[in-house]
Write a protein of this length. Structure first.
Lengths: 90, 138
């Protein structure tokens, strides 16, 4: 199954400017490793020491993945994933 | 690049920074996609409720991007206030700046230079800060 992933502007240099890409995987961790396999360098922008980066938000449909099990969040057919950098600072 | 912005929007942002003091305030100004026109003001809640940090709530952030997409708009300005320091991007502002196309506006509520309120605009791309002129349309 192919899951639609929406890519924010700041990561589009990795996807040749595509706003949405397709990825495969039954968990968020597998989706991210599939993204990294197809768009080299993307994994490092999303993960730090094997965990989700604090200031990258990932949503499955309308829900923040932090409330769905993080990297272990299950992904099912028809889900869509949105990646957004946090708007934050000091 | 120059940021062009109406006096009304500048005043609204400065007023929000005073109302939310001592916390940092934050928000965006939207415009039609591709226009670079700062037209529609949307104040956001600082989910950090802090005098030294701001962050859009992740749920509000998703709703904002959906709204922008649905309306064929773009985020033209991302602004926040500094409460006691210069209206210049901090190290964390630079580290987390994630919208290379946006004007990052900083205002300051610090008191020691109270003659004219600080309202300044920057591009922040790949860790490089470039200040740009601001033209206020009266």
């Amino acid at each position: 199954m192919a899951i639609e992933v929406r890519i924010p502007t700041i990561l589009r240099p990795y996807t040749k400017d595509q706003k949405t890409v397709a990825a495969q995987g039954a968990t968020l961790a597998l989706i991210i490793s599939d993204l990294d396999a197809n768009f080299a360098g993307m994994g490092e922008r999303l993960l730090e020491d094997g965990a989700l980066r604090r200031f990258i938000n990932i949503y499955i449909n309308d829900e923040d993945v932090r409330f769905l099990g993080g990297l272990q969040a299950p992904i099912k057919d028809g889900d869509s994933i949105t990646i957004l950098p946090a708007v934050a600072g000091g | 690049m120059t940021l062009e912005i109406s006096r009304r929007l500048v005043d609204a942002i400065l007023e929000q920074s005073r109302v939310e003091y001592p916390d940092e305030c934050c928000g965006v100004i939207l415009g039609p996609v591709g226009s670079d026109k700062a037209l529609r003001h949307k104040p956001m809640i600082n989910a950090a409720h802090s005098p030294t940090f701001y962050e859009f709530d992740p749920k509000d952030l998703l709703a904002l991007y959906r709204e922008v997409d649905d309306n064929d708009e773009e985020i033209v300005v991302i602004y926040h206030s500094h409460t006691e320091t210069e209206a210049y991007p901090s190290r964390t502002d630079i580290a987390y700046a994630g919208e290379p196309g946006a004007h990052y506006v900083l205002v300051s509520t610090r008191k020691e230079i109270a003659t004219t309120p600080e309202f300044r605009s920057y591009r922040i791309i790949d860790g490089i800060v470039t200040e740009e002129p601001v033209t206020i349309l009266e």
